[in-house]
Design a protein around this ligand. Sequence first.
Ligand SMILES: [Zn+2]
Length: 247
Amino acid sequence: MIRRLRMLKAGGCVVDASVLMPRRPRGQKIRLPIWMYLIEAADGLFLVDTGMPRSCVANPDYFKGTEDEGLILPEMTADDHVTAVLGRLGLRPQDVDAVVATHLHFDHGGGLAAFADVPVLLQEEEHALARRGEVWPECFPEGPVYRPYAGDRELAPGLRLLHTPGHTPGHTSVLVEPAGEAPILLTIDAVYTRENWEGEPGAFSEPERAERSVARLRELAQSAGARVFFGHDTEQAALPEWRRYQA
Ligand SMILES: [Zn+2]
């Protein structure tokens, strides 16, 4: 069983809405939170995602010169780096038994360099992408012990990793069952916001797989009676039902 789930905010970024939702016009900016999740199971401590790389600290121009220039602007201070966030809880990266890399975008895999010798679980398809050089080098650094796997995986009783491709080929969502509570589905970037959950299409690199993944998550949430926490929703974190997980 899961003893504790903590939702850890790791900075944010300002994104042009058209990057997330193709129906939105260019020029509408939204400020997104970036999350990591610390999960204490009976037999291990697991961290889901590692936030942004240190090079995003005070650097909104991180994407300058790329196709995302002007569309994605990181908002990060040194306090938002994974080592600082864990440090405030009295933890070092090496205290974590394993990291789950849900995918290797800058806002999810950016802190991996701090996890030398720590196992990092990631989907085979995401690992293959990284090995082909199709992710930012900071999100696939030397040091961690990469443990690729395929399909779904039960990491611990009450902690299930779900392969939900579409946002990226190896994208992973997470189902957590805290002891004595209804399960919590962490969609990660399979569903960015409540608007996407309620039907507004998201922008995805593999739209058909993404659509199947969202349908699968909707079915699962219903059959498991799960509460759903979206990857980058702008309002959910302030809701009372989620505030206690951020303490
Ligand atoms: Zn993301």
